[in-house]
Design a protein around this ligand. Sequence first.
Ligand code: ZN
Ligand code: ZN
Length: 242
Amino acid sequence: MSNANNDHVIQPIPGVRGAQAYFYRGADGTAVVDPGYTGSSRAVLRFLTERRINPKDLEWVILTHHHIDHAGTAFALCEATGARLAVHRDDAPYLRATRPRERMTLWGMADWLPPRLAAYVVTCAGCEPRLLEHGETIAGLTVVHGPGHTPGSIGLWSATESALFTGDILNNERGLGMPPWSVNHSHKKARLAPQRLRGLRYERAFFGHGPAIMEAADRRIDAFLRRQNPQTDVVSVTDRPG
Ligand SMILES: [Zn+2]
Ligand SMILES: [Zn+2]
């Protein structure tokens, strides 16, 4: 199921610190998914320049969730390119200085730091992002809401490119697996969240952490998810969560 159109591309961006950043160009738009830890925007801009992609042509910076290893440089990249930021509605509050005070934000401790230092501890976005919802599409990518790792964790699925970005809903660091409890907002929900990916069809899977699977990724991931939780009902991306 390879793509005939050479303009269409999904590529990992080298030199980004933190999670793996991806450049995505499909029929319906151009995006960087999870540009990486604070300071990594330079590596993304270098990637674009080397491939003769005008940074002004970048339409979207899409976050699979707010964690700083994925999102720390997001606002800087938006400012440098003119791209718009997009994040799930339930993670947007974590990008603001008034972020919820809980274990995963160090109970607001970052708010006592000078702003320049805080940018290395928590993700800050001085803009109004587009708020994403389960089932909608952005740049041709369908949003799959899988809360748990963070409240607004999402996967991004492209039917036309036959590809899935899992964010941190699922990783491939030591084989397929879920993030450990210590980094999950709700570990109970995070263990169930990957089940929402069941039923999607895609050849390739791209993870926030761990190597991509380039062939028959849906079959491998579905087999893993059946072993994890054979009873769970499949939630279609066209269903709205209650
Ligand atoms: Zn991560
Ligand atoms: Zn994360």
